[in-house]
Design a protein around this ligand. Structure first.
Ligand code: TRP
Ligand code: ZN
Length: 851
């Protein structure tokens, strides 16, 4: 619970802990309400630290006994930990505490999920397990003994002795407490093995609840692919005899990279044809890779303090994106990532929660596992890679691993590695880590026909963000190429390094005015403003050799026509519809890519763009325009839809690979457009015959969207009511497709459903998160959506602060909207803030959102 005055922690205040740890031994005597944790820790004074206060974090612990060098001591206890006098020479700390996993609904520390014990310690959960210096720069080797009656009892590292009622584990690698993990339960393992390139055999397991055994094979393959990829691309081998993954139903986030014992939200590891969509398969593959890659970028090299979170997260997201691009389609992965970046990170940067990739202050670190730290953090690494080049990047990474293995490192260390290995001065580049906000880059063109020269003039600026009024120019790598008027590429992609507020680049010796293709591959996370018309965009849509920019041209046409429909009541743009038709029916293009071309900016994204233009977004108009454009696309493509549908039914057995997924995406998009024309026959037939979740749920969505799906909604529930992950989809689908005026009521009704369980974050997010994601429904002028979400956040906060605080971000865009909506939201935010004993997590989020 929150202190009277919430405390702010600052990066500038960092000091090392006064003591080092030589070893940690833990014994767990498991019991649902009275688990005993015995710790024996060898401390010695840290010669590099001046402050010798011996403070151990500890929260919600019942201290049974504490000893120093075998003698009982009486520490001073507070809600946050203990302090005690200690010798100025090495000493042994021993403590016994009692905790109650079965009543731990925060899902942090040791808790129970469906009768199984599990832990979540990042960022600061270990302090709910025992007294400890719970900070990432305190690293130690751990020996663990688990005593209990469970069939399976796991911890980090390599297995040791086991016997009746106990199991021992030893982790030879030093680690911070946030990487500690313990799992115990009646689990079943799906086994596998991997031989590293130096010939070491590693035992692999995915542990699941009985009944889920048939959903492990895909994850196991993804794990092996990840292990191989990290050897091939980064030269990184696995370093223990065993690697375990456990699936847990009740989990606050996606997954956790605990050393040798990754714990996953079951939705991020369990996969089967019947229950998972193609998108689920791809996400699962990426998350398994992400957590595995943390073994080097996060575990072997960890963070000095939590301000450095992007050191491990940005780099690991960048690595998992490289992996997915290699496993599947590089342009499709890039486009997907940019769509997500704009939807989540740009939105964060445009509002009251904007913060640097490396924040400099926080109250609750759990509130900083954000799109900025993760996704923009990965973009920063992508920029660094394009600036130094492929070979120099991998050379720098080799140096990073060599120099910092075993360290708790900082962004300064990371930058220094690149400076030392490339000889570049990266002082200005480092602004990407300290300045918040999304830069705007404007481009204008000048053509001198007589001289045959073409000049691109760039300017950059970043609007002020909370706490940062003045922004300095950043280093922006702008990938660009030139096409001639016939559409042939005359100048292949090169990187223009922008460093000034204003800068030009000139091409000489040209026979005709070229067409530039700028910010290819989305080479920097900026908003590009180009003074070009739709015929130029249509030209790039037809001819650009850069797959990303070709998609981008179509995307901008779609955005433009939507904006004109919303702001000027214009009709859908004919040139856009024509261009779209050409691309979508071009069978020389990848099906996945054509499917991406067919989708349009989300209503939330449009609201953001309209706000950036200085207008007030009207959710009703946006919704009406989005629907009208879908209808217009359907009409314009009417003749082509039956073939698009029929020709993209993958042959043979279902496989969740790039090819099959792309075809299903395109066929499903065609099916959905047919629905817009009043033809739901294909959808009804597909629903009845589908042998996979991708096709089943896409058919259901089309039926529901057209108001023709009542029977199928019931049938879907009847078929899947025993499968928690599928039922999450069932809750979410009904809410995301509800009509604006019915969204709050549909959500409310579903929260009364016997299967609604607020304690399960997946179910809570699947329901209330879907409400917030239904833009027109959430922002319905009645304010019913705002109130319903606030009601549930208030109910959840005492049980699970982390998930509550994370979902408060649904309100972060409130200042975009009209006075009436602002007033409605503000009163809900103030109502939440006034709740007595609000958690520190939620208190910080709501205060920041209110501004
Ligand atoms: N480090 C994890 C990852 O990115 C994420 C994480 C942080 C997390 N805190 C968590 C996961 C709490 C679950 C619960 O891979
Ligand atoms: Zn991560």
């Amino acid at each position: 619970m929150r202190d009277a005055a919430p405390q702010t922690i600052y990066l500038k205040d960092y000091t090392p802990f006064g003591y080092l740890i030589d070893s940690v031994s833990l014994t767990f005597k498991l019991h649902p309400t009275e688990t005993r944790v015995l710790s024996r820790i060898a401390f010695r004074p840290n010669p590099d630290a001046t402050d010798k206060t011996f403070f151990l974090h500890g929260e919600e612990l019942k201290l049974i006994s504490a000893k120093i060098d075998g003698a009982e001591v009486s520490p001073v206890l507070t809600d946050e930990g203990l302090t005690v006098d200690v010798p100025s020479a090495p000493f042994i700390w021993e403590a016994e505490v009692e905790i109650s996993p079965s009543t731990n609904t925060a899902l942090e520390g040791l808790y129970m999920s469906n009768g199984m014990y599990c832990t979540q310690c990042e960022a600061e959960g270990f302090r709910k397990i025992t007294y400890y210096p719970d900070r990432p720069d305190v690293m130690a080797t751990f020996d663990v003994r688990v005593e209990g009656t469970e069939k399976v009892m796991l911890s980090n590292g390599n297995p040791g002795a086991t016997g009746d009622g106990f199991a021992e584990w030893t982790d030879p690698w030093k680690k911070p407490a946030y990487l500690f993990a313990l799992v115990a339960g009646d689990l079943i393992n799906h086994p596998g093995s991997f031989t590293t390139r130096s010939g070491k055999d590693v035992e692999l397991n995915i542990y699941v609840r009985p009944g889920d055994e048939d959903k492990c094979a895909f994850g196991m393959q993804a794990l092996k692919d990840s292990m191989k990829w990290d050897e091939d691309v980064y030269g990184r081998e696995y370093d223990l005899d065993i690697f375990n993954i456990v699936a847990v139903d009740d989990f606050n986030m996606g997954a956790m990279e605990n050393k040798g014992l990754n714990i996953f939200n079951s939705s991020c590891v369990l996969a089967s044809q019947a229950t998972s969509t193609d998108a689920d398969f791809e996400r699962i593959e990426a998350i398994i890779a992400h957590e595995y890659f943390h073994n080097w970028t996060g575990n072997r090299i960890t963070c000095r303090d939590w301000f450095q979170l992007c050191l491990k997260e940005g780099l690991t997201v960048f690595r998992d994106a490289q992996f997915t691009a290699d496993m599947r389609s590089e342009p499709v992965k890039r486009i997907d990532d940019v769509i997500a970046l704009r939807a989540r990170q740009f939105q964060e940067d445009q509002g009251p929660l904007s913060h640097p990739v490396r924040p400099e202050e926080f109250q609750e670190i759990n509130n900083f596992y954000t799109a900025t730290v993760y996704e923009k953090g990965a973009e920063v690494i992508g920029m660094l890679k394009s600036l130094v080049g492929h070979d120099a990047y991998y050379k720098a990474l080799d140096l990073y691993f060599e120099r910092h293995d075993g360290d708790a490192a900082t962004i300064e260390d990371w930058i220094k590695v690149f400076e030392d290995s490339t000889g570049r001065d990266l002082a200005q580049f480092k602004r990407w880590y300290s300045q918040s906000g999304t830069p705007k880059v404007s481009v204008s063109e000048a053509w001198d026909a007589d001289a045959g020269t073409f000049t691109l003039h760039f300017s950059q600026s970043t609007a002020p963000t909370p706490g940062q009024d003045v922004k300095d120019p950043r280093v922006i790598p702008i990938a660009l190429g030139l096409l001639n008027p016939n559409g042939d590429e005359t100048h292949p992609t090169q990187i223009f390094e922008m460093t000034e507020a204003e800068q030009s680049m000139t091409f000489t010796g040209l026979g005709a005015r070229p067409v530039p293709s700028i910010l290819r591959g989305f080479s920097a996370p900026v908003m590009l403003e180009q003074d070009i018309d739709n015929s130029r965009r249509a030209f790039l849509l037809a001819h650009d050799t850069d797959a990303f920019n070709r998609w981008e041209a179509g995307r901008e046409l779609a955005r433009d026509t939507l904006l004109k429909m919303i702001l000027e009541d214009a009709a859908p743009d004919a040139a856009y519809l024509e261009g779209l038709k050409r691309v979508v029916t071009d069978t020389s293009l990848d099906a996945a890519y054509r499917a991406l071309m067919l989708n349009q900016p989300s209503e939330t994204e449009l609201a953001g763009v309209i706000a950036e233009m200085g207008h007030t977004p009207d959710p009703v108009k946006i919704h009406t325009a989005a629907k009208a454009l879908s209808k217009a696309k359907a009409e314009s493509l009417a003749d082509a839809l039956p073939a698009l549908y029929a020709d993209n039914q993958p042959n043979g057995d279902y496989a969740p690979d790039a090819g099959g997924s792309g075809q299903r995406a395109l066929a499903n998009a065609a099916m959905s457009l047919m629905g817009k024309l009043g033809d739901v026959g294909k959808a009804r037939a597909q629903y009845a015959s589908a042998d996979n979740m991708t096709q089943q749920i896409a058919a259901l969505a089309t039926l529901v969207r057209e108001g023709e799906g009542d029977a199928e909604v019931q049938a879907f529930y009847d078929q899947w009511q025993e499968d928690r992950l599928v039922i999450n989809k069932w809750f979410g689908l009904q809410i995301s497709l509800a009509k604006p005026e019915e969204t709050a009521a549909v959500t409310e009704r579903l929260t009364q459903h016997p299967d609604f369980d607020m304690k399960n974050p997946n179910r809570f997010r699947g329901t209330l998160g879907a409400l917030a994601a239904n833009h027109a429904g959430f922002h319905h002028e009645s304010g019913a959506g705002y109130k319903l979400l606030a009601d549930w956040l208030i109910k959840l906060d005492p049980l699970n602060p982390q998930t509550t605080a994370r979902m408060c971000t649904s309100f972060q865009t409130w200042k975009r909207y009209d006075d009436k909506r602002q007033a409605l939201i503000k009163s809900q935010l103030e109502r939440i803030l006034a709740v007595p004993n609000l958690s520190r997590d939620t208190h910080e989020m709501i205060s920041r959102i209110l501004g």
